[in-house]
Ligand binder design. Structure first.
Ligand code: SAH
Ligand code: AVI
Length: 336
């Protein structure tokens, strides 16, 4: 077997031990959650969505008829993966927020056929999903070194593996789950750690009629509702909290100004939740909302501008036949 054990020097998921070496461990995540819960609207950082159950629920979402992004991105990868492998010539592919790495197999098939890739490094906070996915990839690509990393892509970019030509993939539209300022910080940090001639492959969901977007986030089977609600189960279990999960309704809204879906939980009855690990109590009035996730939809020209500003160049914007989803291939510009 060609895989190395996962790198335990990196952050090990919300419930893991504090990472003394790198900073950005459990205590940072607790401080971030405290701030987020006390802000207005109260919010929860998205990593709290992804325990094992959250990863399973997201996987279920990707198979819903209403949830178009996954199949649209797969269509683009099917059509352009060979070109991406050839143009980049990457010897290492890193995937941030890799989850099951399901669509990534299309990409890896093309890289393996092209013959230059040596290493695949999937990075995710959701440890069990990551390690299971790595095992599947080990079976499928016996000549590839698969190095799964339990890590946080908002904190650990400076520790990407060195050497060769790298392509960093960030698929699925996960960048849409960042707030505008977080997105800028993330893109800037990534551009900083890449070398000239490294590559970035970014999946983004595109602006389209609002009814189609909202149907994808308010599915008839209630899977998205369960996914968003799961964040409270995670906090209850991992942080000794007592949210009454059934006391909240799932309310997704379209924010036209920011062109993003705003996924909230609304308290039905008054609620006072205690979060033991934060030594914090928060009270909700009936109707008060907790924002759990946003999902921004992009316009090609605006995103190209953002990438250009932080130091990416040669931006190529690929879409599916329906122009539902975008896959952006860009190179790190030479440093002036
Ligand atoms: N890339 C996959 C999965 C997208 S779901 C796809 O295209 O289908 C988002 C993924 O990002 C999940 O696997 C989740 O565990 C991971 N994730 C969320 N926040 C993260 C963080 N801060 N650092 C690393 N991974 C994170
Ligand atoms: C992971 N991310 C891109 C998904 C999205 O579409 O924003 C998460 C999701 N939330 C609800 N449904 C899917």
């Amino acid at each position: 077997m060609n895989s190395k054990p996962h790198d335990s020097t990196m952050f090990r998921a919300p419930a893991g031990v504090d990472d003394q070496r790198g900073g950005g461990g459990r205590s940072d995540h607790l401080a971030e959650l405290r701030r987020a819960l006390q802000s207005r609207p109260r919010t929860i950082p998205p990593r709290w969505l992804y325990d094992d159950r959250g990863s399973e629920l997201f996987d279920e979402i990707t198979r819903l008829a209403e949830y178009y992004p996954t199949e649209a991105e797969r269509e683009i990868l099917d059509r352009h993966a060979a070109m991406i492998a050839e143009v980049s010539g990457a010897t290492t592919v890193v995937e941030l927020g890799s989850g099951t790495s399901d669509k990534t197999r299309t990409l890896l098939d093309a890289f393996v056929a092209h013959g230059e890739i040596r290493r695949f490094v999937p990075l995710d906070v959701s440890e069990a999903t990551l390690l299971f996915a790595a095992e599947v990839l080990n079976q499928r690509y016996p000549d590839l070194t698969v190095e799964p990393v339990v890590g946080d892509f908002t904190r650990h970019l400076s520790r990407l593996p060195d050497g060769g030509t790298r392509l960093v993939a960030f698929l699925g539209g996960t960048i849409g789950n960042f707030y505008r300022e977080e997105r800028r910080a993330f893109l800037g940090a990534l551009a900083d750690v890449l070398e000239p001639d490294d590559w970035f492959l970014l999946g983004v969901d595109l602006v389209k009629p609002v009814d189609r977007i909202m149907a994808a986030y308010f599915d008839g089977q209630g899977v998205t509702d369960a996914f968003i609600r799961n964040s409270l189960h995670v906090i209850n279990r991992e942080l000794d909290a007592d949210f009454d999960v059934g006391n909240f309704d799932y309310v997704p809204m379209w924010d036209a100004r920011e062109h993003r879906v705003d996924m909230r939980l609304r308290a039905c009855e008054p609620e006072c939740a205690r979060i033991g690990a934060l030594d914090l109590e928060i009270a909700f009035e009936p109707g008060e909302e907790l924002r759990v996730e946003i999902s921004t939809k992009f316009r090609a020209d605006e995103l190209t501008g953002e990438l250009d500003e932080v130091g990416f160049t040669d931006v190529e914007f690929l879409t599916d036949a329906n122009s539902d989803f975008g896959l952006v291939l860009a190179r790190r510009a030479d440093r002036k």
